[in-house]
Design a protein around this ligand. Structure first.
Ligand SMILES: Nc1nc2c(ncn2[C@@H]2O[C@H](COP(=O)(O)OP(=O)(O)OP(=O)(O)O)[C@@H](O)[C@H]2O)c(=O)[nH]1
Length: 254
């Protein structure tokens, strides 16, 4: 069933896509100053990225969505007793190239990866090919953020479809461990709590990575941290490093 569309319900006014349930946007005025947790949800087609975001933000599950072109949602959350501004970016799907190592990844996804501080990598437990996209996807994120810690969680969605399972839980756990993140097996369709815990876990990781309340990115990657004292040699070295890492990333133009 398609619900009526209220354009005020989308947070991304420049985008033609829309969501079928209203997600309230909260003012960020009473949030911790400058503490903005930005997460992006990535994965193959049809794994439930939009369903997970809707579940997390509204506690609801809606069966059908318009084809997703990437909407940005913002709200206020309570994290360890602090009101924090959260932004969640939905994305179009990624897919494996024929050699199964490279990734088709739209430019807008690259921009979202660059923008975000934390990553929800989603596959469907009923679709092994969606699981196989995760490792190349993570490598792709790494190319965009080559240095430092990357807060990430791995989500195996559609756990209500046990009879159609193609990915055993221990494969999910092993993969998550190799990425340095936690694994959550959830059902956006049947359960809010699991989805909520997964997103909140990542928000906590991001918040810690951002550091004690000043909201500045602590990790490296393409962000050039300002050196304590001006040193032209060091600046030139960092600049060359960034240029060469950009050159290595064939799909990334930032
Ligand atoms: N059974 C079941 N179906 C789900 C679940 N989550 C999502 N779906 C269904 O899976 C389909 C895809 O969900 P979406 O949220 O549109 O997936 P997506 O990853 O955003 O898809 P793309 O727009 O192709 O990137 C829809 O028909 C959903 O109703 C789940 O936990 N269980």
């Amino acid at each position: 069933m398609r619900l009526p569309v209220d354009p005020t319900t989308t947070m991304n006014s420049g985008s033609s896509n829309f969501l079928l349930v209203p997600i309230q946007e909260y003012p960020v005025l009473d949030c911790v100053p400058n503490k903005n947790v930005k997460i992006v949800v990535l994965g193959a087609s049809n794994v439930g990225k939009t369903a997970l975001i809707v579940r997390f933000l509204t506690k609801r599950f809606i069966g059908d969505y318009e084809a997703n072109t990437g909407a940005l949602y913002s709200r206020k959350i309570n994290l360890d007793g602090e009101q924090v501004s959260l932004q969640v970016q939905d994305t179009p799907c990624v897919s494996l190239q024929d050699d199964a190592e490279g990734l088709y990844c739209q430019e807008q996804i690259n921009r979202s990866i660059y923008w975000a501080d934390g990553y929800v990598l989603v596959f469907s437990i009923t679709d092994h090919s969606s699981y196989r996209t995760i490792q190349p996807l993570y490598q792709h994120v790494r190319r965009i953020h080559p240095a430092g810690n990357i807060p990430v969680i791995l989500v195996g969605n559609k756990s209500d479809l046990l009879r159609a399972r193609q990915v055993p839980a221990d494969e999910g756990e092993t993969l998550a461990a190799s990425l340095g993140g936690a694994y959550f097996e959830v059902s956006a369709r049947e359960n809010h709590e699991g989805v909520h815990s997964a997103f909140l876990h990542l928000c906590g990781e991001v918040s810690r990575a951002l550091g004690g309340g000043n909201g500045e990115k602590r990790r490296g990657g393409l962000h050039l941290a300002r050196p304590k004292s001006p040193n032209m040699q060091e600046l030139k070295r960092r600049f060359r490093q960034v240029l060469s890492s950009k050159g290595k990333s064939s799909t990334t133009t930032l």
